[in-house]
Design a protein around this ligand. Structure first.
Ligand SMILES: Nc1ncnc2c1ncn2[C@@H]1O[C@H](COP(=O)(O)OP(=O)(O)OP(=O)(O)O)[C@@H](O)[C@H]1O
Ligand SMILES: [Mg+2]
Length: 334
């Protein structure tokens, strides 16, 4: 029998990470660019651009974020973009020396639960057999916390939450919220536009500012940014607005966690309350774990903590699962 390559793949709406048993790993923003016209094609000298390369050339390209929430998954262009993105992601870890590839995939809940056949068609040709798991479960498995925990993965498109107690979580154990990083960015953008009338903003500008200054507790901090108001440079402080926008997420997290605890076997509830794990890029918001813990205090003693390296946590857990699962857990896709 030939050599088999194992992959853990986190397909994120904002960025995707792959970790492979040949020691390679890679994170790429989930963006695909197609040159807009023959001039652009000639200038760029390639038919498809990915990640940071696509963003750098965004004015010369049609830009797709093929796994974004809200993107119609039956749209042909998006499906083609998703497929070429995944091909690029898998190629980036040099799979060609192996005879077969087995992958554990975490995908945005919008495609993994609503239409798995799209996921299969996106992966076909790159991977021989797949197993699909939720982001929270992959995080728990990677951290050796499957014994009893609640994992809250705060991504860009969705916040996925699951209680984990020794086995694969069922649908009942999990919930998905639309309130996540992109949603916070939308709130922040509105707040800035309201305070600085005529401010010209892009989503990417707002997201970067949020990432640079995100926090939820204490006195308002200063965060000076440069923006254009009707073409004219203006230097403003958005620190107070960043705190407000990030803070808006907290009540949604708290109420989803409470519901998740309440639905569990009562004998397990104390264990779950004492091991609430925040992951995903949103867990990088300064002070988020303490804020969530404070607001959960009315359900008893709680412990809320953030994982290290949240951006790679899901793919690491998926990879660890890939290495340990027996073959009968995989589904052959070609
Ligand atoms: N320092 C930070 N403070 C606040 N938010 C951050 C920070 N760093 C990254 N983020 C946000 O985290 C999100 C990306 O996280 P992540 O990579 O976990 O998402 P994803 O896996 O692509 O999305 P999803 O899981 O919803 O498919 C973005 O919204 C990003 O702005
Ligand atoms: Mg994610």
């Amino acid at each position: 029998m030939g050599e088999r390559l194992y992959l853990g793949i986190d397909l994120g709406t904002f960025q995707s990470t792959i970790t492979a048993s040949n020691g390679e790993s890679n994170t790429i923003e989930t963006v695909v660019g197609k040159p807009k016209d023959p001039i652009a094609r000639n200038f760029l000298k390639r038919d498809t651009l990915f990640g940071a390369d696509a963003l750098k050339n965004k004015l010369a390209c049609n830009i797709y974020r093929p796994l974004s929430s809200g993107v119609a998954q039956d749209d042909e262009n998006n499906l083609a973009a998703a497929k070429s993105f995944v091909t690029h992601l898998v190629d980036s870890i040099s799979p060609e020396d192996f005879d077969e590839v087995f992958g554990v995939i975490c995908s945005p809940s919008t495609i993994s639960f609503v239409d798995k056949s799209n996921l299969v068609s996106i992966l076909r040709g790159q991977v021989n057999a797949i197993m699909v798991v939720s982001e929270p479960f992959a995080v728990a498995f990677g951290l050796d916390e499957v014994g009893g925990s609640i994992v809250v993965d705060i991504g860009a498109g969705t916040t996925d939450i699951a209680r984990i107690y020794g086995a694969f979580p069922t649908e009942d154990d999990q919930a998905t919220l639309d309130e996540a990083g992109d949603w916070v960015d939308g709130i922040l953008q509105n707040l800035i536009e309201k305070k600085f009338t005529g401010a010209q903003l892009t989503k990417d500008m707002v997201r970067k500012w949020k990432e640079e200054g995100s926090y939820v507790s204490g006195d308002p901090r200063e965060q000076i940014v440069e923006l254009s108001v009707e073409g004219k440079k203006q230097v403003v402080d958005i620190g107070d607005l960043v705190q407000i926008a990030c803070g808006e997420l907290v009540p949604y997290l708290v109420s989803a966690i409470k519901k998740n605890v309440a639905g569990a076997d009562p004998e397990y509830q104390p264990i779950l309350r004492n091991n609430i794990i925040l992951s995903g890029g949103g867990s990088l918001i300064d002070g988020i774990a303490d804020r969530v813990a404070d607001e959960l205090a009315d359900i008893g003693d709680v412990r809320v903590w953030c994982v290290d390296d949240p951006i790679v946590r899901v793919a690491d857990g998926a990879y660890k699962l890939a290495m340990q699962m027996p073959d009968d857990q995989y589904t052959a896709i070609n």
